[in-house]
Design a protein around this ligand. Structure first.
Ligand SMILES: [Fe+2]
Length: 376
């Protein structure tokens, strides 16, 4: 991990993005652009996210993951591509991971209502939430924290539009009704034989959605009590934009200053801005000591499934058109990515084009039958 020059990642105060004084708003928007354009991430103050609630929810999920496997299995929903409920360990894998799956278990739920129309079109991605029978408090805390992160994300998107001289509600409009999903993740304890064996908690990747909100992480010791990180190399690391001085970017610890949350750019926002903002590669490294686990959460804001994933007209250049072509719908983009990362089956791709060839084949078969048996 690089620890050369200290990086000055901007902190943006959400209250300043909506300040009555235009100069304050513009200054905050400029910081946001610097943060997302150079580092791919920003620290956020006045975010409205309740950390007491977050810690309580983390503990609730730790308790859930420690239940017997048989109690968790009903929520293991491969049929809906794990987009709701429980994702078992070793299911998801990053595209760059060479087949090595992530060593984590997760929960997925949508914290804001989604459109019934989209549920018909994308039944897996817009599936109804599922909850354990005794999970009323888990559900309540989950949805509340998810909504807080969502609101913070919408404010940031407002600021992004301002910072790029776009109509201020450009992104808020484009995400309305999208497949926003809040995820809890518990990175699992390594056994003595796994330490240093190449097991990754989360292989380096960029998120495929528009904007990701990270409320912070928490390590747990082998007795499942909250603790500091067990060594100075484990946890979340984010890679900054490559520069002349750092052609591969710099890996920096994804720990926000006290009181802040982190927001990071996803692939959709990179593409819409023609690469002005860059999707943030990030990796979650496992500790060098067995028995430790880590809890974290991530709220993913998505474009509406019918929005085009392509540079916005005002930001198009011949170079970025070529780089991000062909244009594709956000819903299609999601299906392709979910197949790539092992959550959806490859057959899902066959639905992305004409697939009713069977109809013609049936007619031809019937015609052949009629010829062979003219009396039929
Ligand atoms: Fe991620």
């Amino acid at each position: 991990m690089s620890d050369e020059e200290p990086l000055s990642i901007p902190t943006v105060d959400l209250a300043e993005l909506v300040h009555h004084d235009r100069a304050v708003r513009q200054r905050a928007a400029a910081s946001l652009r610097e943060a997302f354009g150079t580092y791919g991430l920003v620290y956020v103050l006045n975010h409205g996210v309740d950390f007491t609630l977050r810690d309580r929810l983390f503990q609730r999920f730790v308790d859930f993951t420690e239940r017997p496997d048989a109690e968790k299995q009903p929520f293991n929903r491969g049929d809906i591509w794990f987009q709701r409920g429980w994702t078992p360990p070793n299911t998801e894998r990053a595209v760059a991971a060479g087949g090595q799956p992530d060593f984590k278990e997760c929960w997925f739920a949508a914290p804001v209502p989604t459109s019934p129309d989209l549920q018909v079109e994308y039944p897996q991605i817009f599936a109804d939430n599922v909850w354990p029978e005794d999970g009323a408090e888990f559900r309540e805390d989950y949805l509340t924290l998810g909504r807080q992160l969502h609101e913070a994300g919408l404010s940031l998107l407002h600021g992004v539009a301002m910072s790029l001289d776009l109509p201020e509600r450009t992104f808020e409009r484009k995400v309305e009704g999208g497949a926003h999903v809040f995820r809890l993740l518990r990175y699992l304890a390594l056994g003595q034989d796994q330490v240093g064996s190449g097991v990754v908690w989360g292989e380096e990747h960029t998120d495929f959605n528009l904007l990701t909100l990270l409320p912070g992480g928490q390590f747990f010791d082998p007795e499942s009590a909250p603790c500091d990180r067990p060594d100075d190399a484990s946890g979340l690391y984010l890679r900054t934009r490559p520069s002349k001085a750092h052609p591969r970017g710099q890996l920096i610890q994804g720990k926000a200053p006290p009181g802040c949350i982190v927001a990071q750019v996803g692939q959709q926002l990179e593409i819409l801005t023609g690469g002005e903002l860059l999707a943030t590669p990030h990796v979650i490294t496992a500790p060098k000591t067995p028995g430790y686990t880590r809890m974290s959460g991530a709220h993913f804001i998505h474009l509406h499934a019918h929005e085009m994933v392509f540079p916005l007209e005002r930001l198009r250049t011949p170079e970025n058109i070529a780089a991000y072509a062909p244009p594709v719908l956000a819903g299609t983009y999601a299906i392709k990515t979910l197949v790539d990362i092992g959550l959806a089956p490859p057959e899902a791709l066959s639905k992305l084009g004409y697939r009713h060839y069977g109809r013609l084949a049936d007619i031809h078969a019937a015609e052949r039958g009629a010829k062979e048996d003219p009396g039929a």
